[in-house]
Design a binder for this molecule. Sequence first.
Ligand code: SAM
Length: 258
Amino acid sequence: MPDTVNDTTTAPALGHLYGVGIGPGDPELMTIRAHRVIQACPVIAHFAARRRQGNAWSIIEDSVTAQQTVLRLEYPVTTEAIEPADYERQIAEFYDRSADDIAAQLDHGHDVAVVCEGDPFFYGSYMYIHQRLARRYPTTVIPGVTSVSAATAAAGVPLVSMNETLTVLPGVMQPAQLKEALANVDAAVVMKVGRHLADIRDAADAVGLAAQAVYVERASCATERVVPLADTAEIEAPYFSLVLIPGTGLDARSRPVR
Ligand SMILES: C[S@@+](CC[C@H](N)C(=O)[O-])C[C@H]1O[C@@H](n2cnc3c(N)ncnc32)[C@H](O)[C@@H]1O
């Protein structure tokens, strides 16, 4: 047993966990705070799909030096045909393993920045790490510019004005559900478009919203694309795309009174 008075083997102070929003794609849309924390943390963790560099990594790579440890957290599955229950299990196990890897660094007293595209708490993958670790370690979440903000700026469309409500929907909803959800919106954003673009277009058309809707792909990136939703029949949408359905309140107000 070590002598408690002369014991020099005490555990180091725990490291600090940071959930860092890094914005929608353009590194210039990273906040000053996010950039400072990324440069200061000895360990950087980022998520990536298999065989891909990872969008988050491409946003921050110029901010990271060779002296920092990089934890690449690679999803075991992406869009392969797989039973939903099996997918859920594999993803939950992956987040458990990722949290364990990050916890090992924090236990050694190393601060860890888990970077996340857009804002960490707006559909961000960081939240699964937060859920597992935030009660055990000192934690700070740094908000980020969301893809929605970047997309509205790219399209040049105000999204909601005055007392309008904004509805955010995932494009992966069943087409009938999506149509029902869109039927009574003032304004909406449909995220996670990908292979669901045609269903989203049909749903918007069915409820009379197609004319005002705009498709935005890779907002703020060099490959950004903005197209009226009605003209997207030939487009094969990537995962990093969304559909904006702006409210009409502002237009109605600025019309000249006759
Ligand atoms: C897992 S969510 C992440 C959202 C992110 N945390 C945010 O704050 O915007 C991924 C979805 O966000 C949207 N997205 C993310 N970045 C985008 C971009 N640069 N342009 C358009 N859509 C984007 C797409 O709908 C994509 O399917």
